[in-house]
Design a protein around this ligand. Structure first.
Ligand SMILES: [Ca+2]
Ligand SMILES: [Ca+2]
Length: 342
């Protein structure tokens, strides 16, 4: 069975997927993926993961539509007292929030097999600015449905095989609310190993959540250099007044010697400035070797291409307020002294 056959059409897509034993064929492709994730629970927790979502993307150039097949989820957290959940998945192709698709609810399982196909009519050229947003929920008969977590896919054109059939398996990121509306942040990362210089250039944000009664926010971005849960240094951009789509183009530089680059991460918070009262967090994202999937990928790309600024969009997720300064400094951080302010 040639899974990357470019002539693969919609009918085959569905037929092939509904063949008995298909679930096994996924497993045959990358069995090591499953093994690692299900055995190493610690790793899953470190990444704030709430299980994994398996799905398949394909773009139909003739019909100009993105085809999304939600295959299954695995190792979901239990949200009900019974020790299970009743999962279902909602998907959007942001920034459009009017077209929403949803799977059926699967009762009492942490490893649901959905096998449902959804279509999003969209021009191929438009895909560069769109992103798929999956929210996994636990259905509850008598109360508000709990969100289990979310997966966001952007940069479609950089996916292997795309627009041909592309199978993906992503960590489900922990969130506490359905934060489709927090917005996105674009920044570039660049590392100069010889100079030991890490540069993050804050480019812009879009569709930020409105925090003020004016219907806008006064966003600035705060970047914290973290080592094992401890904040070593923080820097921020200028504040842009009264906008949900700020443009910064401001570089923030940290001194990080190559021997420490694998121990650190960046916690990036988009904040709303308020003249009166506390400034509030709009949303956050993290990059680093231990960050959730997208932040980890961007970090890895930066290390793979030193001296080259690499820019990506990142979805903002809700700040759940983990302590950033508590806990003792790890041994491995000792050689990374907080650099002096310039
Ligand atoms: Ca439930
Ligand atoms: Ca404000």
């Amino acid at each position: 069975m040639n899974l990357s056959n470019p002539d693969f059409n919609m009918a085959q897509f569905q037929r092939q997927e509904s063949l008995p034993g298909l679930g096994l064929s996924l497993g045959r492709i990358k069995p090591e993926l499953y093994k690692q994730r299900s055995v190493d629970g610690d790793e899953v927790r470190r990444n704030n993961s709430c299980g994994r979502l398996h799905f398949i993307l394909k773009y139909d150039c003739d019909l100009e539509q993105l085809i999304v097949k939600i295959h299954r989820a695995q190792d979901l957290p239990a949200k009900d007292f019974s020790g299970t959940s009743d999962p279902y998945v909602k998907i959007y192709l942001l920034p459009d929030r009017k077209t929403k698709h949803q799977t059926k609810v699967h009762r009492k399982t942490l490893n649901p097999v959905f096998d449902e196909v959804f279509l999003f009519p969209v021009g191929y050229g438009e895909l560069a600015t769109r992103k798929l947003h999956f929210s996994v929920y636990d259905f509850d008969r008598f109360s508000r449905h709990d969100i289990i977590g979310q997966v966001v896919v952007d940069n479609f054109l950089e996916l292997n095989d795309f627009p041909r059939e592309t199978r993906l398996c992503r960590d489900i990121q922990y969130v506490t609310s359905d934060n489709v509306d927090l917005g996105d942040l674009m920044f570039s990362l660049c590392y100069l190993p010889t100079a030991g210089r890490l540069t993050i250039t804050m480019i812009k944000a879009q569709n930020l959540k409105a925090m003020d009664i004016t219907g806008a926010s006064d966003p600035y971005v705060k970047v914290s250099l973290m080592c094992e849960g401890r904040r070593l240094k923080k820097r921020k951009t200028s504040t842009k007044r009264n906008t949900l789509n700020p443009v910064y183009n401001e570089a923030i530089v940290f001194d990080v010697p190559p021997e420490n680059i694998n121990q650190i991460s960046l916690l990036i918070a988009v904040m709303d400035y308020d003249r009166v009262g506390h400034n509030e967090v709009i949303g956050v994202c993290r990059v680093g070797s231990e960050a959730p999937s997208q932040g980890r990928d961007h970090w890895g790309e930066m290390l793979m291409y030193p001296r080259k600024p690499i820019a990506h969009w990142h979805p903002l997720i809700e700040w759940v307020g983990q302590g950033t300064t508590s806990g003792s400094q790890g041994r491995s951080c000792n050689s990374l002294k907080p650099p002096l302010s310039p």
